[in-house]
Design a protein around this ligand. Structure first.
Ligand code: NZQ
Ligand code: ZN
Length: 392
């Protein structure tokens, strides 16, 4: 196991009705004037926004609001938020929505405190040095942004999707009420589940030896997702299954399952170009990319992929030919994704094969990138070609 620091200071407030505690929580973390930030209407329709406002009013906390965050959140909305915060002397950002809304909130929180264009923090010209405190009320189990120090924003001009990371933008608190996810359409539930599984696989495929504890934690999260996802798709209001998935989404990405081991993240890098170019859901893009990435790299460590097949997808080990087992595991993953309603090739995603050179160029890989198997631009092109024509 490699040396590591693990810092995850977010207070998680889990369970039914907990959004009604927002006012107290904001006060606890020093907020006196809040920007409530939300998406394109699901929280208005469900009545959640009204409950959050009532909770702030009860505690005498003033607020401004900014809705309209799009999936694959845009820089233009971030500029709007920064402007409002400065004008209204906002000292706390409260995100009410999904990962896009949280990421936009993080960008605003850091942008308000940055003397320059906030995009510098995403184009890696500068790093986050200071940020307003953030709280979240999560409405979709997916990105894990409720417990992570990451944020991904798309620059509208050129649709460049880029990320930043800092402990300074980790939420102070995150309210996780599984009931709030019951209104999710099946497709978004599937996209979220795929993202959660991808966050674990990015860590599971490692070159670090003897990491039994994190291997087993990864497998626990993946087995949970395989059991619970079909249950919520069949019965969207199944609270217990929703609850398990919601906690799995957090555990998958605050790095508790990834500490002390090298990680990969190439599938995410490639996917961000797909959702940047086509504005598709991040989870849907991952469903197309990740099994293709697996097919491209499995020979690097056949036994690890065979382990995935046996321990996660319940396949029999072929001791004579472990490569068969490894390939069976990858097939089982793609089949699972298809069964939960995910696209598995370019046609189903709405992507075009002739765009592969553009996607590779936009990714702008200098030399080779990634942890498990470093990839050159021509490798990325090959993975996208496998993804383009994949079948179950
Ligand atoms: O905008 P509204 O009306 O709220 O609708 C949203 C949106 O259309 C809808 N939705 C959310 N909760 C709902 C609901 N509809 C009905 N009922 C509910 N309870 O779902 C749609 C998707 O929401 P979004 O916030 O975009 O989803 P997600 O949480 O998957 O976030 C995706 C973004 O997170 C980034 C992705 O790249 C993408 O931009 N990621 C962020 C990470 C991080 N910060 O650590 C890591 C991830 O790997 C990922 O890259
Ligand atoms: Zn992701």
């Amino acid at each position: 196991m490699e040396n590591f620091n693990f810092y995850s200071p977010t207070e998680f407030v889990f369970g039914k009705g907990r959004e009604n505690e927002c006012g107290q929580l904001v006060k606890k973390y020093g907020g006196t004037k809040v920007l409530i930030h939300y998406g394109q209407g699901s929280v208005v329709k469900s009545g959640l926004l009204d409950r959050v406002k009532a909770s702030l009013e009860k505690e005498g906390v003033a607020y401004a609001e900014l809705g309209g965050v799009q999936p694959n959140p845009r820089d233009t909305k971030v500029y709007e938020g920064i402007e409002i915060c400065k004008k209204e002397n906002v000292d706390f950002i409260l995100s009410v929505g999904g990962g896009s809304c949280i990421d936009s909130s993080k960008a605003i929180a850091a942008g308000v405190c940055y003397d320059g264009d906030f995009w510098d923090l995403y184009s890696k010209k500068a790093t986050v040095q200071k940020a307003l405190p953030i709280g979240t009320v999560l409405t979709i189990a997916a990105a894990g942004s409720e417990g992570s120090g990451g944020s991904v924003i798309t620059k509208e001009e050129g649709m460049l999707k880029r990320d930043t990371g800092s402990d300074l933008i980790r939420p102070k608190f995150s309210v996780l009420n599984p009931e709030l996810t019951c209104t999710l359409p099946a497709y978004q539930t599937g996209c979220g589940a795929t993202d959660i599984m991808a966050h674990v696989f990015e860590r599971y495929f490692t070159n670090t030896k003897e990491v039994e504890i994190t291997d087993r934690l990864c497998e626990a999260v993946l087995l949970t997702m395989i059991k619970e996802t079909p249950r919520v798709i069949a019965d969207p209001s199944n609270y217990e299954a929703r609850a398990n998935i919601m906690w799995a989404g957090m555990v998958a990405h605050n790095d508790i399952v990834g500490v002390g081991r090298s990680q990969d993240w190439n599938s995410h890098g490639i996917e961000h170009e797909l959702s940047g170019l086509y504005d598709c859901a991040h989870g849907a893009g991952l469903a197309v990319v990740m099994p293709a990435w697996m097919e491209f790299v499995y020979k690097h460590d056949v036994m690890r992929f065979a382990q995935m097949a046996v321990r996660i997808f319940g396949k029999e080990m072929d001791f004579e030919n472990p490569e068969n087992t490894a390939k069976e595991g990858i097939r089982a993953f793609r089949k699972f994704l298809s069964e939960i309603g995910m696209p598995i090739n370019f046609a189903q995603l709405g992507a075009k094969k002739e765009d592969i050179p553009t996607l590779v160029k936009k990714m702008d890989v200098q030399g080779k990138t990634g942890g498990f198997v470093p990839l050159a631009p021509e490798d990325v092109a090959k993975i996208l070609e496998i993804a383009a024509d994949a079948t179950v």
